[in-house]
Write a protein that binds this ligand. Structure first.
Ligand code: NAP
Length: 292
């Protein structure tokens, strides 16, 4: 199958904070786009722009050449892909299914194996770059699966992201995303501590950010989420509940690999405190509340 605008039908599942922007870019690029979302109304504006709304995952899968999903948790990925109404039972042989949810590497391998039995090519392709990266089509996309299929899918991925890297066989994309989340986890704690310190020392946090965001401490989190912390804007962005899900997957995977991750464990324990306070639907930057 060759991927070409107009000819290739893309089916997009999951129109949340990330998926809605990503699907919009594919539509603007000229692909025929079929969409499915559990809450159908989230597709309204995309339908006005020409997308076709499908009532069931099965209908979308039957009609699409390339299927892209970005839902919430591994359990949601299982629901979308497995079972008689799922992607794998209904997609055409030869189609490509790309799961961009941050999910479990073991599940990615399972979907790849099950897809193979049906001649459906499955890639795991989680993303980094946040809501802004999705909006600006500048996501970093880390991909696992067959290299030949990655090469075929690349023109589609390039519409949603800027840094698209093949990481290896099935599950390698999700393992890379776990490394990404481990790096971010301790960094979130460090950022909140640094801004709390600046404020306690009587400094203007915005002026401080102007210095430390541009020096050796600079990071995506500091420069994009630091301003939200200063403005006390807790809106997601990236949900705390999803970050906890990622850290739990990363911690379990590290344990299986015999790796100790004290930084990750600390971050996970602090975010669990946030969830206990009922704040799991805040953005991850809301961690600053623990330091106030
Ligand atoms: P979100 O806003 O909650 O979007 C998830 C979407 O998936 C929603 O549209 C939801 O439908 C749909 N969905 C969930 N479970 C489903 C199921 N079982 N069946 C069908 N549809 C289902 O979350 P998001 O922020 O876009 O994040 C999506 C994924 O990307 C997560 O795995 C997250 O960890 C990852 N991620 C997020 C960011 C970020 O900054 N936001 C960055 C990188 C990666 P409803 O509309 O009905 O709820």
């Amino acid at each position: 199958m060759e991927i070409a605008k107009k000819k290739t039908i893309i089916g997009f599942i999951g129109l949340g904070v990330m998926g809605h922007s990503m699907a919009g870019h594919l539509l603007e690029a000229g692909f025929a786009l079929h969409v499915y979302n559990r809450t159908a109304s989230k597709a309204d504006d995309l339908v006005k722009k020409g997308a076709v709304l499908e009532a069931r995952v099965a209908d979308l899968a039957q009609k699409s050449d390339v299927i892209i999903s970005i839902v919430g948790f591994p359990g949601d990925v299982e629901q979308v892909y497995l079972g008689s109404l799922g992607v794998l039972e209904n997609a055409k042989p030869g189609s490509i299914a790309i799961d961009m949810t941050t999910s479990d590497p073991a599940l990615a391998i399972d979907l790849y194996d099950k897809g193979r039995q049906k001649k459906i090519h499955v890639l795991d392709a989680p993303v980094s770059g946040g809501d802004l990266g999705a909006k600006n089509a500048s996501l970093s996309i880390m991909v696992g699966g067959d290299k030949k299929i990655f090469d075929k899918a690349l023109p589609v991925l390039e519409i949603m992201g800027k840094n698209i890297v093949y990481q290896g066989g099935a599950g390698a994309g999700q393992h890379t995303k776990m490394a990404n989340q481990i790096a971010i986890a301790a960094g979130m704690v460090a950022m909140c501590e640094a801004l709390a310190y600046a404020s306690r020392a009587g400094l203007d946090p915005e002026t401080v950010l102007g210095s430390i965001g541009q020096g050796a401490a600079g990071s995506w989190s500091l420069n994009n989420l630091g301003p939200r912390i200063i403005q006390k804007n807790d809106k997601p962005g990236f949900f705390i509940k999803h970050f906890i899900k990622d850290m739990k997957i990363a911690a379990a995977s590290s344990k299986r690999l015999g790796l100790e991750t004290p930084g990750l464990d600390l971050a996970l324990s602090l975010y669990r405190k946030m969830a206990e306070k009922g704040l799991e639907n805040d953005g991850t930057q809301a961690l600053y509340k623990l330091f106030e």
